[in-house]
Design a protein. Structure first.
Length: 646
């Protein structure tokens, strides 16, 4: 039996949703989804209010997902214009730089003006509704400005995490056929300079990137870069003299808002496409209720805008709700291990949302760096990105939150757009390690490998059986892949790719990915991507990659490499291959372990049996299961003997 933490009565007394509300509203959302989402849809400003609320089929032969279809709206008008009357002088964004001396506060009025100017800039460059714009920026306010300016004119942004390599950036530009790239001279990470513009230059030398007409460069560090005329333009020069007036373009509810690339179990990253109306309703609603948002809160989500968390819960959700949102450029351990808590004290942060990997890393430094700060402004803590182990949950609760702040462990995905399973802090008692219960309108189901639905206490694969407004609509440019990936394994349902257990109280416990996706420090990576980076090295014949347990990262990357004939494994070559993968994909894909494999375990049809490699990487050689179906069972003993974790 796991520990149950009852709802804090003091918190519950003032909370937005009580236990009774949760039961009643959840019930309503399931019995009458149309009526429920019609009412909730009114929380955003519509230029033309929708009359058709939901038109969805999860049937693979007729797959379509449409919400608020005949409505028209503009996301940037919802995040900015409608806030001006009541909240014009309220701080919209608090920027906290990598250097603790560097911070800025931007009001809603100032942000509105900046976004209008940049929207006009984009228009002057010939950007029109439906064009794709790549954003490759550090965590600086200009990233939010760029996103909102795209939304203002109906352009579709594709934010690429600044830690990705030139090749990864190029792949995304090629797939989305971006017309403009918005970047900065350099990024900063623990005082180290990240050569963003240099990376863009390299990316644009790759074949297939000729769709890019203009590169807009924000001067951030002032570091040396080459500006290539007429392609490259400075942000500050373009902005000079632009009007602070720019009428928001009305777009249809199903007009694409953004494409965000994420890793799958096979092939290249896929462009998850989110649209406008349903997405905005869903993420603003979950943001308000899951974080129990109040007018005077200072909300800080530590995610980078390069991930979906940064889209939904740094920029769009908080701004649509008129909240004050912190954008943090730095890292948790620079200048020292108190940084998070110092920032909380400095800006009086009340709602704090971060990833288990950061909590585990800070936990290792002991309690002193936390305890020397006050944190009295905090009233709620959140967790996202990967399963949180109960020890880290307890530490977060006791040391950071001093047993006074409810913890919301929020399960969701790039594809879900917003939070799907999470406690509502005034309504649902928590258990360390459990994301607890579904949000309104979310219908989880657990199935076994044959697709049999399991009732009651059960463990299996996690499906969502009905649509919710925030869900992904398609894979950009590849609708068939969308159907195949999410709706074909269990026809009529959305398949999450996660495993889950439901306990005796109906609480959900996410057990991790059941496909060939790994979760490294809360970042999603396809094992196939790392493998293809490895085999692109001339000395590598074959590679197989699996996840392995890692104390801080949650999962580490374990690679088995077969060299071409005539090459032998050495420490130098190992270092070279690790550096190669970092260069090909980015530092987040750095292999933690790289084992030389004279042979890989394959079936007679040539398929690599990753199940066996996973067990070896987990140091469980006694659990390999049946290996008699392998083409050459003999390869296994060598891999077991030479394993790197013992
Ligand atoms: C995968 C999605 C959610 C936005 C950030 C990551 C894992 C996410 C939790 C959680 C257990 C979690 C799942 C999911 N995951 N949150 N609270 N508990 N697992 O988005 O990159 O699309 O990754 O992250 O495995 O499928 P993403």
């Amino acid at each position: 039996m796991s520990k149950l933490y009852p709802v804090n009565p003091e918190f519950a007394a003032a909370a937005r949703v009580s236990a009774d509300d949760y039961a009643r509203l959840y019930d309503e959302s399931i019995k009458d989804p149309e009526g429920f989402w019609k009412r909730i849809g009114q929380r955003v400003d519509w230029i033309k209010p929708p009359t058709r609320i939901k038109d969805v089929s999860f049937d693979p032969s007729d797959l379509h997902i449409r919400w608020y279809e005949d409505g028209q709206l503009n996301v940037s008008a919802n995040c900015l214009d409608r806030q001006l009357e009541k909240r014009g002088d309220k701080v919209a964004i608090i920027f906290e730089g990598d250097d603790p001396k560097d911070s800025r506060r931007i009001t809603y009025r100032e942000l509105h003006a900046e976004v209008c100017k940049f929207a006009n800039t984009l228009k002057n460059l010939g950007v029109v509704k439906g064009d794709r714009i790549a954003i490759y920026l550090p965590m600086i306010p200009e990233a939010a400005v760029a996103m909102l300016a795209c939304a203002r004119i109906g352009a579709i942004h594709s934010v690429v995490f600044g830690g990705f390599s030139p090749d990864s950036l190029a792949g995304r530009i090629v797939d989305s056929k971006a017309k403009v790239v918005i970047t900065a001279d350099e990024g900063l990470r623990a005082s180290k300079h990240i050569p963003l513009k240099v990376n863009v230059d390299a990316a644009l030398e790759r074949p297939g990137t000729s769709s890019v007409e203009t590169v807009i460069v924000v001067r951030h560090t002032g570091g040396p870069i080459n500006m290539q005329s007429p392609r490259d333009r400075w942000y500050h020069t373009l902005m000079e003299g632009q009007s602070t007036d720019c009428a928001p373009t009305p777009v249809e509810a199903e007009h694409p808002l953004f494409v965000l690339y994420t890793s799958g179990s096979t092939g290249k990253p896929k462009g998850v496409l989110h649209t406008t109306g349903g997405y905005l309703v869903y993420i603003s609603y979950t943001h308000e209720l899951v974080f129990d948002l109040r007018e005077d809160d200072v909300y800080w989500c530590t995610a980078d805008v390069g991930w979906v968390t940064g889209h939904s819960y740094v920029v769009y959700g908080p701004l649509c709700n008129g909240a004050t949102t912190v954008m943090f450029e730095g890292v948790p351990n620079y200048p020292d291990h108190s940084r998070f808590w110092q920032v909380i004290d400095k800006h009086k942060v009340s709602l704090f949302y971060t990833a288990p990997t950061a909590i585990r890393a800070l936990m290792r430094e002991g309690e002193e760096p936390v305890k020397k700060t006050s944190r009295k402004s905090l009233r709620l803590l959140g967790s996202v990105g990967e399963p949180i182990n109960p020890e880290a949950w307890e530490w977060y609760n006791r040391v950071v939150g001093e047993n006074r702040c409810p913890i919301v462990d929020t399960w969701w995905q790039t594809e879900t757009g917003g939070i799907m399973i999470s406690p509502l802090p005034g309504a649902i008692a928590t258990k360390p390690g459990s994301a607890t219960r579904p949000f309104f309108g979310v219908t989880p189901a657990i199935v076994d490998a044959d697709g049999k639905v399991l009732e009651g206490e059960a463990e299996g694969n996690l499906l969502i059986t009905t649509s919710w407004p925030g869900q992904v609509r398609t894979i950009y440019g590849d609708h068939q892949r969308f159907i195949d990936t999410y709706f074909s394994a269990y026809p009529g349902n959305y398949f999450s790719g996660d495993g889950v257990r439901r306990d005796e109280d109906g609480y959900y416990w996410i057990t991790g990915r059941v496909d060939d996706v790994i979760n490294v420090s809360g970042h999603r990576l396809g094992t196939a991507e790392v493998e293809s980076a490895l085999v692109s090295h001339p000395k590598v014949a074959e590679a197989a990659v699996v996840g392995c347990p890692h104390d801080i990262k949650g999962q580490g990357i374990y690679a088995y490499v077969t060299l071409v004939v005539g090459e032998t494994g050495s420490d130098d070559l190992r270092k070279e291959l690790v550096a190669w993968v970092r260069k090909e994909i980015g530092p987040i894909a750095t292999p933690d372990y790289l084992q030389w494999a004279p042979g890989l375990p394959k079936t007679r049809s040539g398929k690599i049996m990753r199940r066996i490699l996973r067990k070896i990487g987990e140091n469980k050689p006694d659990q390999l299961g049946d290996i008699t179906t392998l083409a050459d069972p003999g390869v296994v003993q060598n891999l077991v003997d030479e394993r790197l974790i013992k």
